[in-house]
Design a protein around this ligand. Structure first.
Ligand code: IMP
Length: 180
């Protein structure tokens, strides 16, 4: 199935059912790994909002949920490599186990920046969870990514929280850009 978003055409890549199945597996893994903890899950806005919602339905240990927002590039299909600021972090994560929940790791620039910012708040531990991971696009040493939904090729994707020019976040499935 194809969708047109603004000036670009995208083709279906990951069906919703497959994403939900993976959320279940990741949630179960987290329940096991964090069974002696009450972690704080921090969703990175805007892209992670649907993923965090579906993931948290599978997390049965006591957990807090929070959000942060970073401003980076937008409206393009490649990264400008600029991360400007983080909104929403506060002292409540001091001494806590934190799970950062991202929509996608592309160059890794956003995540590197985020990890440094979260570290300043002195959490007990930081785990990283990303629905999508493009290993071939990575430009930073991000260390271990604890939970990855799907490793994908270095192609621009949209849907299930991910946008193109702020559109397409509401698509249930994930679509990839068809190059001209
Ligand atoms: P990074 O800093 O290059 O790793 O990019 C991280 C952010 O860029 C993600 O949280 C997304 O908001 C955005 N991004 C990267 N790749 C894509 C993509 O293929 N589709 C939509 N957004 C993307």
């Amino acid at each position: 199935m194809k969708v047109q978003i603004d000036d670009k055409e995208f083709t279906c890549f990951l069906k919703h059912e497959k994403i939900i199945d993976r959320c279940r597996e990741l949630g179960q893994q987290m329940n096991e790994d964090l069974k002696n903890s009450t972690p704080i899950f921090i969703g990175v806005l805007n892209g992670s909002f649907l993923f965090l919602a579906d993931l948290m339905k599978e997390v049965s240990i006591p957990a807090e949920i929070s959000f942060i927002k970073v401003s980076s590039y937008s409206g393009q299909t490649s990264s400008s490599g600029v991360v400007k600021s983080v909104m929403g972090l506060n002292d409540s994560i001091k001494g806590r186990d934190v799970v950062i929940v991202e929509d996608i790791i592309d160059t890794g620039i956003t995540l590197t920046f985020l990890i440094e910012e979260v570290k300043k708040m002195q959490p007990a531990s930081i785990r990283i969870c990303s629905l999508l991971f493009k290993p071939d696009a990575l430009k930073r040493d991000i260390g271990k990514v604890d939970y990855v939904g799907f490793e994908i090729p270095n192609e621009f994707v949209v849907g299930y929280g991910l946008d193109y020019k702020e559109l397409g976040r509401n698509l249930k499935d994930i679509y990839r850009f068809i190059a001209e």
